[in-house]
Design a binder for this molecule. Sequence first.
Ligand code: IFM
Length: 462
Amino acid sequence: MATASVDKQSVDPLPGPPSIPHLSKDFIWGVSTSSFQIEGATQEDGRGLSIWDSYGRTGQVRNNDTGDIACDHYHRYKEDVALMRTLGIQAYRFSVAWPRVLPNGTGAVNEAGLAFYDRLIDELLASDIEPWLCLYHWDLPQALEDRGGWMNRESVAWFTDYATLIGKRYGRRVKRFATFNEPAIFSLFSRSFGTRDRSADDKLNRWIHHVNLAHGAAVDALRAQAPGALIGCIHNYQPIIPSSASEADVKAAALVDAYWNQAYPDPQYLGEYPQAIRAGIEPHMQPGDLARIHRPLDWFGLNHYSPVYINSDPSALIGMGWGPKPAEIPRTPIDWTIEPDAFRDTLLTVSKRYGLPVYVTENGYGRGDDEKPDEIGAVADPGRVDFLRSYISALDAAVAAGADVRGYFVWSLLDNFEWDSGYSVRFGLTYIDYKTQRRIPKSSFKWYADVIRLARGLTPAA
Ligand code: IFM
């Protein structure tokens, strides 16, 4: 049985700040969001459809939730940037909705869509917050999915055109770009793959290779349009742990590790695919492909939540089954194990393996819909505070042990559309009342603001 949810503990007083003696004063503190999860306005100002608009209409998202309104950030971005100012962050990571700026994925440009990101970027800069722009956080234009999406090698050219447009438009004001957010996650969990169909393994290999090529081409396009910008890719990297010592489980976990953790960063940062998947990728390779993928990068983006426990399941995609999690490890309310030591170890691993400055571009705590304002309208989230406190302390420990970590972004500024779970899972430092769109900073918001002020040598807000 899982240990009881940590949110049941007492709220008052909030725990003190994490122990961070090894973080420098110019360490970057931030928050992250993504376009589809917060923007809404899916049918406004000429935006095209994305695959998540279509998927939301299939009835497979919990409570039939859609992204139609989400947090209405498209209209309320100023209020959201004001929240960021109150937090005191130095950087904000967001993504551009590809179908908002190129409604058909390629070809005609939607000026009204581009103008939205102009307004957002200008508001951030006027607030002294650095915009970190991610090109792709899963909302592929439906028009491109209809042409085969990432299965089609032409996707490399589509993505290059999109990256060129974005670099040209924003490159004078935006100096940090990421190509993709968590390519392994949208590959492994894409609904295009029947998880009980082993012929999908080959589709997965082809898809991975195209996304990697698209990454490399986009890096070149961004460099051409935005000289001096710092470019990276954002990876979800977690320890993959076999749930037993059996040979089958150990082998399965090793293969999942290759797909989940290395299939993207290894060719992008090191110029080669992990040994375990090379033979699978080989049929999709053309001469010169590895050099096209392996373009110089400036930083490594790490999204980390908790280790993954794996069982062998020979009939499932890449033989991956979900193994039981050890009962003694505490969990968040959405059943993710809380293991800050694994975070510390992962930071050390990626820092050493990829040899570039690491930025933690996502880390956070999800809770179900029982997270609500109390009778005085406040939202107390002590479980989230404890989680962040222990993970930020673990980050400091990683730095003390030699990891080159330069920044940390909480997922997320706002509660938002949590993919298949719709609005039933909340990750925000800010509570969203979806009926009124009222924003209520949670106790973790105040706590994080104090952490940032202290880390920067300022006194905590009263
Ligand atoms: O909400 C997601 C985000 O889009 C990608 N990383 C994990 C988050 C929490 O599940």
